[in-house]
Design a protein around this ligand. Structure first.
Ligand SMILES: Nc1ncnc2c1ncn2[C@@H]1O[C@H](COP(=O)(O)OP(=O)(O)OP(=O)(O)O)[C@@H](O)[C@H]1O
Ligand SMILES: [Mg+2]
Length: 377
């Protein structure tokens, strides 16, 4: 087992495509780390560098305490599961899972002839490992089938099985659930978490889906444009986003943003004057250009809210669109040119097109520097 460290890793494709830009990231031994970010932010490139499928332009990459920049992929002891895993269609599930191990450990026909005893021992070991992995993935009753006789989720598990039997130091997974339907995704997500708990193998998991990241990662590393924005536990990333990008990327519906400035200890914008907690560091930055951020769940209907309404935390708005989701309502609110999204208790019984007063829990406010986007806290 081993951790993985990126030390100042940069990858430039061609002349000037900086896919990964000075990445510093330490993934601990046995950790489940999720790399998350929008399409093209460099996630796959980062993963492929760990696998040795892509060479870093600059920086040092470590697996455990060994610098691996010059170590060929086959000697890195990692297993990678891709989005488009290809199973061998003519082979049974059993042979698909065993194939890599046989290739690696039974070194050809003539070697097996010369080392019959050893070959027999290896074959028995492979058999054990295939059956053990199949059991863990609940596909042990399918070992004789061909891939075309399986559901999408079962095929996905065969691809995982192929990686598990390798017992690698590190698992790399690149959007392994993206071919599954919504229900299977959630189910397989839970299986992967369980698998990691049982095997304790360092796992680096790539996704562009922030829900997947939040639910699976022990820590998540948010990337944008090749640059690491923040790496921390999911709760911390959610509650204390390092900058406006992270704040807007993590959370659904996304955080509400309003552009404006600080005046008299409050946030002001056209037609808006929201108080800040007096101990908020932005409150004293008179005249500063900032972005005001508030999550939809920190906005309440005044009628039912336990947050006390006053002049500086309340606004009146029209309910433009109301989405009833059962457990909660998502309300798209309009006040003048300003739009806000609020996640509300369905007991409020708001109507589309009606007007109501809403109160924000300003203890939950996020203020970002208007130029750099960095959180002010
Ligand atoms: N072989 C390549 N040659 C040139 N540019 C590349 C190559 N591979 C990736 N890129 C570029 O590097 C950047 C990062 O790509 P990467 O595949 O790492 O993104 P990603 O975060 O995995 O995105 P997605 O979520 O779409 O898979 C993109 O701008 C991409 O176009
Ligand atoms: Mg990718």
């Amino acid at each position: 087992m081993a951790g993985v460290s990126f030390k100042g890793i940069t990858k430039i494709f061609g002349k000037d495509v900086k896919a990964v830009n000075n990445l510093n990231l330490e993934i601990q031994d046995k950790e489940f780390m999720v790399l998350v970010g929008p399409s093209g932010c460099g996630k796959t490139t980062a993963l492929r560098m760990i696998a040795g499928l892509e060479e870093a332009t600059a920086g040092d990459l470590y697996i455990g305490d060994k610098r691996v920049n010059d170590v060929p992929p086959k000697d890195r002891d990692i297993a990678m599961v891709f989005q488009n895993y290809a199973l061998y269609p003519h082979m049974s599930v059993y042979d698909n899972i065993a194939f890599g191990l046989r290739l690696r450990e039974l070194k050809g026909f003539f070697w097996q002839l010369a080392n019959a005893g050893e070959a027999k021992r290896i074959k028995a070991d492979i058999d054990n490992r295939v059956k053990e992995a199949a059991k863990m993935l609940d596909i042990d009753h399918l070992l004789h089938r061909k891939p075309k006789e399986l559901s999408g989720g079962q095929r996905q598990r065969v691809a995982l099985g192929r990686a598990i039997v390798r017992k690698p130091k590190v698992f790399l997974m690149d959007e392994p659930l993206s071919n599954l339907d919504a229900k299977l995704r959630i189910q397989t997500r839970a299986e992967l978490i369980r698998l990691h708990r049982d095997l304790g193998i360092t796992t680096i998991y790539v996704t562009h889906d922030q829900v997947e990241a939040m639910t699976m990662g022990q820590r998540i590393a948010v990337m944008s444009d090749g640059i690491l924005q923040q790496c921390d536990e999911p709760e911390t990333v959610y509650n204390q986003p390092a900058n406006k990008f992270v704040a807007g990327f993590v959370g659904a519906p996304p955080m509400n943003f309003v552009e404006g400035s600080i005046s008299g200890g409050a946030f002001v914008s056209e037609g808006v004057n929201f108080g800040l907690p007096s101990n908020h560091p932005a409150a004293g930055m008179e005249g500063k250009k900032v972005t005001f951020g508030i999550r939809p769940e920190d906005i309440y209907d005044c009628n039912t809210s336990t947050v006390k309404s006053n002049d500086s935390n309340t606004f009146e708005a029209t309910v433009d669109v109301l989405e009833k989701l059962g457990a909660e309502d998502t309300a798209y609110l309009k006040m003048g040119d300003l739009s806000m999204t609020a996640t509300l208790d369905p007991a409020n019984r708001l109507e589309m097109g009606s007007s109501a007063k809403f109160v924000m829990d300003l203890n939950k406010v996020h203020i970002f520097d208007g130029d750099s986007g960095d959180a002010i806290r």
